[in-house]
Write a protein that binds this ligand. Structure first.
Ligand code: SF4
Ligand code: SF4
Length: 544
């Protein structure tokens, strides 16, 4: 069995190596016709840019990075020139001429899409010409290798029960060198995906046939991400099914997040796009879906007839009614651990790292400050955006709508949710984003803490203080501290994953939805981290 695992690992790493190597394969050679059609499609007005591209790119052959840098260089030169023109006419107070220059500039934020789309036209070579074979050599080998690594556990894990043996002796799960390598790969992946998508055009060629079959168009970098996301979740879900095979709650919950990811987050939006409708993820509630109220989305929805209006109403009802009502009855677990895509990835790909969540009081304090700040940030951004949308203004209370949207997308949407939230799984644990950054989790947490039937009850007399529950709580909750006191656990951050209960050897913990009365039952048993003990003793003496 161990040999099968080793062979599986080698096959998996080979698939990963070819996948990474695919970025460096192939060539990019732009023809005059391709450039002309691109300029026409995009309505590019700058003749200077067209001329530079004609002279410096058309007819030449580049590698991935050379092509990107040539295009980005041409765009930068174009903007430098027109910025000078703008400054010149500004000095001369020739306002009409100054205003006319802006149409020739390309927004810096559009460089990535501009370069990606041109690369998509100009790509040639092995990867583009053999997408089927490349799929087998990358996804095929990756999936086969991962399953060969996972399946032997059915035998190796032996007796019923959840085994976390040796996780602190393994460099992959104990912040050793393997964990750091995984972190570097994940962070690099997200940086490229968000900020240099023109480098991953070869990956999109591999998935073009699948994309065309699903939505009628070529694959974008987001299609690649969505497809990978599903494949990774499915593969790691197999691991979950085997590891937690004796725990019905975990099996059903894993199936649920898989279903919502594949059907709601991936397939339905793709099929809607193929029908010319807005590709919407019906389970993605605001403010996690932070651009729901952005101008472009509102315009798209209102221009899409009955379906668009339905999506608009659904999005609002989901956030204001369905989400809180469901949290009232079931706690935030119904969303965070059963439906959400971020939660789904955290629970499958991130499961080997759940023990890394920080359990200190400092982390708890930071969590409360950070997550509520992000919630406030997202609400302010939405208010400014809506005000500007309805009034036509550019700013509200001095806050520029574009600036705040770009800042949120960059800091929260890309860095926090992607690069840090997922990239740092191997070091900070699997729920960094959900615990410290997700504005929807903050909103659900409020409802869960103050108006919900959900709690984890603890049968304190049975607790042997082994600490398994605290170790494997991905949200950094010191579950044992509650269990020792026989106190119900009512915490806004608990996502109801149920792992604390699953790993408890004494059946102490139970996730329940019951009457609100008596739900919060603090006891007089004191632990050092609850209060300043000397203060408490002095007060008691004083009052006696
Ligand atoms: S307290 Fe238990 S159910 Fe809640 S997040 Fe932690 S491990 Fe999951
Ligand atoms: S896992 Fe169970 S027995 Fe161990 S500390 Fe937690 S509640 Fe107590």
């Amino acid at each position: 069995m161990k040999t099968i695992k080793i062979i599986g690992l080698i096959i998996f790493l080979t698939g990963m190596a070819i996948w990474t190597g695919a970025l460096f394969m192939g060539e990019f050679s732009l023809t005059q016709e391709q450039l002309d059609s691109f300029i026409e499609e995009k309505g590019i007005k700058s003749e200077l840019l067209a001329k530079t591209l004609e002279e410096e790119v058309v007819g030449e052959t580049f590698g991935t990075f050379g092509f990107s840098s040539a295009i980005r260089g041409a765009l930068t030169d174009n903007n430098v020139y027109y910025d000078e023109q703008i400054a010149k006419y500004d000095a001369a107070k020739e306002w009409d001429k100054k205003g006319a220059q802006y149409q020739y500039r390309i927004n810096n934020g559009d460089f990535q899409a501009f370069t990606f789309n041109l690369a998509k036209k100009a790509g040639t070579g092995f990867v583009r010409e053999n997408p089927g074979l490349m799929w087998i050599l990358t996804f095929g080998l990756g999936i086969l290798g991962a399953l060969m690594f996972i399946f032997p556990n059915l035998v190796l894990l032996g007796q019923p029960g959840i085994k976390n043996d040796h996780i602190y002796h393994n460099s992959a799960t104990n912040r050793g060198w393997i964990a750091w390598l995984v972190l570097i790969y994940l962070v690099a992946f997200y940086l490229v995906l968000y900020f240099y998508s023109d480098y991953v055009v070869n990956w999109t060629f591999i998935l073009d046939p699948i994309s065309r079959a699903l939505n009628g168009g070529d694959a974008s970098q987001w299609f690649v991400y969505g497809f990978m996301y599903c494949v990774i979740m499915i593969t790691m879900a197999v691991r979950m099914y085997i590891k937690y095979r004796h725990n019905k709650y975990q099996i059903v919950r894993t199936t649920s997040v898989l279903f919502f990811q594949i059907v709601f987050a991936f397939l339905i939006p793709e099929i809607m796009s193929s029908l010319g409708k807005p590709g919407y993820d019906f389970k993605n509630a605001f403010p996690l879906d932070y651009d729901f109220f952005f101008e472009w989305n509102l315009n798209t929805l209102t221009a899409s007839g009955g379906l668009g209006i339905f999506i608009l109403v659904w999005g609002i009802v989901l956030t204001l009614v369905i989400v809180p009502v469901m949290v009232y009855f079931f706690g935030k677990r119904w969303y965070c651990s059963w439906v959400c895509g971020c939660g789904g990835l955290a629970e499958t790909l991130g499961d080997p790292y759940r023990q890394h969540s920080n359990k200190t009081m400092k982390a708890w304090k930071l969590e409360r400050w950070l997550i509520h700040s992000v919630l406030v940030f997202s609400l302010v951004m939405t208010l400014v955006t809506l005000y500007c949308y309805f009034t036509g203004a550019q700013a509200f209370l001095g806050i520029n709508t574009n600036w705040i949207k770009d800042t949120y997308s960059f800091l929260i949407g890309a860095w926090f949710a992607g690069v840090i939230g997922t990239g740092f799984y191997p070091i900070f644990g699997n729920r960094v984003w959900c615990r410290f950054g997700c504005p929807l989790a903050a909103y659900l947490g409020f409802v869960q803490r103050f108006k919900s039937r959900f709690r984890i009850t603890t049968n304190g007399g049975q607790c042997i203080s082994c600490g398994n529950c605290s170790t494997y709580c991905e949200q950094g909750i010191d579950v044992r501290a509650y269990a020792q006191k026989g106190e119900n656990i009512v915490r806004s951050s608990c996502v109801g994953c149920g792992i604390c209960s699953a790993v408890c050897p004494r059946g102490v913990l139970k996730l329940e939805n019951g009457p609100e009365k008596g739900r919060i039952n603090p006891t007089q048993v004191l632990l050092g981290n609850d209060v300043d003990l000397m203060d408490y003793v002095n007060n008691e003496q004083h009052s006696a």
